[in-house]
Each structure stands twice: as C-alpha cells, then as structure tokens.
Ligand binder design. Structure first.
Ligand SMILES: Nc1ncnc2c1ncn2[C@@H]1O[C@H](COP(=O)(O)OP(=O)(O)OP(=O)(O)O)[C@@H](O)[C@H]1O
Length: 227
C-alpha cells in the first residue's frame, strides 16, 4: 500500500494485552497541522492507541505510518529515534525529570538531536518564554505548580518543532481555568510551529478547542467528526 497524505496514520491497528483487545482494527489518519481530540470511556483504548501511534507500543497487527515510513516495522531504537526527533509527547503529570530544572528538561530533545548546550539552552528559554514560565527556568519541578510543570512539558514537546504532538490527558491534573490556559497555549504554539496535535481527553471543553473528534469505544473508532 502506498502512504496517503496523512502525517501519521494507522491501518487496521490492533493491540492486545493478553486476552484484552485494547485497540481493535483502528483506521486513523492525522493530517499535517490538524488538531484532533480523542475521547471515550475509561478503558476504551485511548492511551494504548496514542502509544501505538507514537511507536511506544508495538501493534500485534496492522500498520502505523509516520512521515511516509512504516513505524511498526522499525526496531525499538529506530522508533525511539523517530519519536525523539519528530514527535512531541505530553502526559497528565508532565513527566519531567525532577532532578533537572525546567530549562534543562526543555533542552533534552535538542541535546538528543545533537544541538550544542548553549544553543539548546537559548532555544529552550525562548520556548519557556512563549509558554510564560521563563522566570522559573532554573527551578526544579518540586518548586513550581502543576500548571507551570505542564507549561514546561508543553515547551519540551514543541521545542524541536516536531511534526506531531501527542498528548495524553495533558490537563487532566489541573483545575479548569489553568487547564484551559495550558491548552490554549498548546494549541497556539502547535499552530505556530505547524505541528499536528492529537489530544486524549475526557473533557469536552478541551475537545472544543480542537477541530476533529475521534470517539473510541471498546478499542474501536466509533465515530469521526469535524466539529
Ligand atoms: N499494560 C497493560 N497490561 C494489561 N492491560 C492493559 C495495559 N494497559 C492497558 N490495558 C487494558 O487495555 C484496555 C485499554 O486501556 P487504555 O489505558 O488504553 O484505555 P484508556 O481509554 O486510555 O483508559 P483511561 O481513560 O482510563 O485512561 C483496558 O482494558 C486496560 O485495562
């Protein structure tokens, strides 16, 4: 099969955990620069789907295409390199390294890509500034708020200008006002860098900031709609 115009695409993607069919023959196409919400009941397979799209979880069958390449056929090391270089990930609790400062965390993707420390630091500070937390750059995660950690996590996910940002409940641990602000910034910065955005969420307010809605039920895409 030839790859389509999507930047990230699954074909008959299936993931099992033992007897549990977590993702069941999912067909999903993420277009460049698009903004997609993935919603559905707890345990319906949203996280597993996103992790399989990111190449973290290898499918039992089916295909994952990323930038015209079969991600699922690559070795773990190659998948990890593609992910670090071309994807950004944001999780519910930020997932920053607590021993590092915010700026050191945001520098990580650039350093993995071989950028010199001085340049990486300058770009990381710029991105933290865009997210409104540059003044906290030299603090560790223990000394800032949850909303500020999520801003730094968004900065880390976008600093290397990835093609796609995959976010799994990125604002799930925040109060609704902070969540909305973080999400607004995520959408704006992803838009400015041209990254496609895929956000798993339980929150209809969060989904309303995005353009496409994918509903997952029992591991299947139940519905795809353009808001
Ligand atoms: N590591 C694992 N080992 C075994 N089963 C798992 C594992 N991870 C997920 N599952 C199962 O796979 C199914 C899908 O889980 P998944 O976490 O993808 O759902 P979800 O829609 O993201 O749920 P939630 O909204 O509660 O985070 C569930 O039945 C879950 O119990």
């Amino acid at each position: 099969m030839t790859p389509g115009p999507a930047i990230l695409e699954s074909r008959a993607l299936t993931v099992r955990y033992g007897d549990t069919l977590a993702v069941d023959a999912v067909e999903l196409a993420i277009m460049p620069g698009s903004r997609t919400a993935i919603m559905g009941p707890s345990g319906s397979g949203k996280s597993t789907l996103v992790h399989a799209l990111a190449g973290v979880v290898r499918p039992d069958s089916g295909e994952v295409w990323f930038e015209d390449e079969r991600l699922d056929l690559l070795s773990e090391g190659e998948r990890s390199r593609r992910r670090l270089a071309r994807m950004g990930m944001v999780f519910q609790f930020g997932d920053l390294v607590p021993e590092l400062t915010l700026v050191e965390n945001v520098m990580l993707p650039l350093q993995v890509l071989g950028e010199k420390s001085r340049h990486a630091r300058a770009r990381a500070l710029e991105m933290l500034d865009t997210l409104g937390v540059a003044d906290l750059a030299d603090r560790r995660t223990g000394a800032v708020s949850g909303g500020q950690i999520q801003r730094a996590a968004v900065a880390r996910a976008l600093v290397h200008r990835p093609a796609v940002v995959l976010a799994d409940e990125p604002t799930g641990a925040l109060d609704s006002l902070t969540a909305e602000r973080v999400l607004d910034t995520l959408v704006a910065v992803a838009g400015a860098t041209g990254a496609a955005l895929v956000v798993v969420t339980h929150d209809h307010v969060v989904a309303s900031h995005l353009d496409n809605l994918v509903v997952v039920r029992d591991g299947r895409v139940a519905e795809g709609a353009v808001a």
